[in-house]
Write a protein that binds this ligand. Structure first.
Ligand code: NAD
Length: 471
């Protein structure tokens, strides 16, 4: 029986391994983590992450061929294939601060693998890492090898939070990069055999190590760039009277462009897009490619601009001040169908409003009060000036009220802003909401999910991103 161990039981490690266990009943899968809380949750009825379909998959295989454990060393030493799916955040201090990936967790995992291994291993990079990381890992492993042979593969993960299980069941592609040596190709074959249980052969792409590592950064950069492109257009639409939905529809009909990922919004968030682009920028700069670095930097700058524009629009619409005004914030997660708030635009929007002394009633179906208050009190990292951390945000938790539904959030509010595109926000009784709000009642739709015309008929003043303004 092939034994797989995954180091890191997070948003990627947990769902990915659960699906491997489901699709490969003959493979034993152990997911290990240094976080006792996370592993306890994976072994309980309330999983540590919210992801549609995940509960069913875990329940089907847990205790059979899927195990969650804090006994990292035991499972690593027994495994044939070790996935490393630890976090690789942006460095916050030292060389490359604000841009480079922090590989501390990766390095400690690699050193631990070298320490405890007693047989040959295939080590798979699942985390998103800078190109050439495999070389560094190889060095750590071979210099501490005690005669054990390691093959390093790059197998970046392309799942999107909110649709992780669907994406894992039916991936557009599985990418495996390895050395071009006989041993490297054998290792690729072994990993391919795992995915071949359910992924059609033509969707498994094999490349060299560096192409696989770079492809993940490139894919995220292209996706984020698309969002910044349409958001940049949305600003121009507002200035000219064009409608960004009509423009996106017309542009997306070109088969070379395609219709997906062309929705204007308050901006992208999540733990990956910004981090991976910053990492790409850093790699370009290290290779002397300043113009290329500047090109990718602009994707993040437009995203910051879009979030600022949204806050400014709220404040200017509400007679140039939100001081003392109550604003209902619907959604805090960085996208629907996840409870993940890492780099969510909600943080910048809320902090912007709090900066002008607004009072916020925040509601999100999957985000807890603790999470929201923690996120709003964190220091914001300024990547242009990494050595000058900005002061604590002006958030006074007294100005923030986390509530249990959208109606409660809207009660007595002067304005309502939608940050996350949860389906339930499309189906609210907006007449009831209107009646409970201060007048004039404003709606700022950061995801363009409400029917602005209908809301205007009710009496709301509505701002939608990239659309003609309220007459
Ligand atoms: P995460 O923070 O949710 O999970 C990482 C886990 O690794 C944590 O639980 C942490 O405790 C654990 N860990 C860290 N060091 C460890 C060690 N030495 N031993 C054991 N456990 C250790 O992160 P994530 O969102 O799952 O992302 C993991 C990687 O996958 C990152 O590189 C990320 O960029 C990449 N990725 C993420 C997504 C996504 O949507 N979240 C998608 C594709 C790729």
């Amino acid at each position: 029986m092939v034994k797989i161990c995954c180091i890191g039981a997070g948003y990627v490690g947990g769902p990915t391994m659960a699906v491997i266990a489901l699709k490969c009943p003959s493979v034993e899968v152990a997911v290990v983590d240094i976080s006792v809380a996370r592993i306890t949750a994976w072994n309980s009825d309330v999983l540590p992450i919210y992801e549609p379909g995940l509960d069913e998959v875990v329940k089907q295989r847990r205790g059979k061929n899927l195990f969650f454990s804090t006994d990292v060393e035991k499972h690593v030493s027994e495994a044939d294939i070790i996935f490393v799916s630890v976090n690789t955040p942006t460095k916050t201090r030292g060389l490359g601060a604000g841009k480079a990936a922090d590989l501390t967790y990766w390095e400690s995992a690699a050193r631990m693998i070298a320490d405890v291994s007693k047989s040959d291993k295939i080590v798979v990079e699942k985390s998103t890492v800078p190109v050439k990381t495999a070389e560094a890992i190889e060095r750590i492993l071979t210099h501490n090898s005690k005669g054990i042979k390691y093959q390093i593969l790059s197998n970046p993960e392309f799942l999107a939070e909110g649709t992780a299980i669907e994406d894992l069941f039916n991936p557009d592609r599985v990418l495996i990069g390895g050395r071009e040596t006989t041993e490297g190709q054998e290792a690729i074959k072994a990993l391919k055999a795992v995915y071949a249980h359910w992924v059609p052969e033509e969707r498994i792409i094999c490349t060299n190590l560096w192409s696989a590592e770079l492809s993940k950064l490139a894919a995220n950069a292209f996706l984020a760039q698309r969002i910044s492109s349409v958001n940049a257009m949305s600003a121009l639409c507002e200035a000219t009277g064009a409608d960004v939905s009509q423009v996106s529809h017309a542009v997306g009909k070109d088969t070379r462009i395609g219709p997906k990922f062309l929705n204007a919004s308050v901006g992208f968030g999540g733990s990956c897009f910004q981090k991976d682009i910053l990492n790409l920028v850093y790699i370009c700069e290290c290779n002397g490619l300043t113009e290329v670095a500047n090109y990718w930097k602009q994707v993040i700058k437009v995203n910051d601009y879009q979030k600022n524009r949204f806050v400014n629009r709220i404040v200017s619409s509400m007679f140039n001040t939100v001081s003392g005004k109550k604003i209902a914030v619907l959604g805090f997660a960085f996208k629907k169908d996840t409870g993940d708030t890492r780099e969510t635009p909600a943080i910048d929007v809320c902090n912007g409003l709090l900066g002008d002394n607004a009072r916020l009633n925040i509601y999100d179906p999957e985000v807890t009060e603790d999470q929201i208050k923690r996120d709003l009190s964190m220091k914001k990292f300024d990547w242009d000036h990494p050595f000058h951390l900005q002061p604590m945000s002006p958030t006074s938790t007294k100005q923030v009220n986390v509530v249990w539904d959208a109606y409660e959030a809207a009660k007595d509010a002067h304005g309502l802003c939608i940050i996350t595109e949860w389906d339930e926000f499309k189906k609210l009784d907006y007449k009831k909401i209107f009646d409970s709000m201060q007048k004039p009642a404003f709606v700022f739709d950061g995801r363009n999910i409400v029917n602005a015309e209908k809301l205007r008929e009710i009496g709301f003043i509505v701002y939608s991103i990239g659309k003609p303004l309220d007459p």
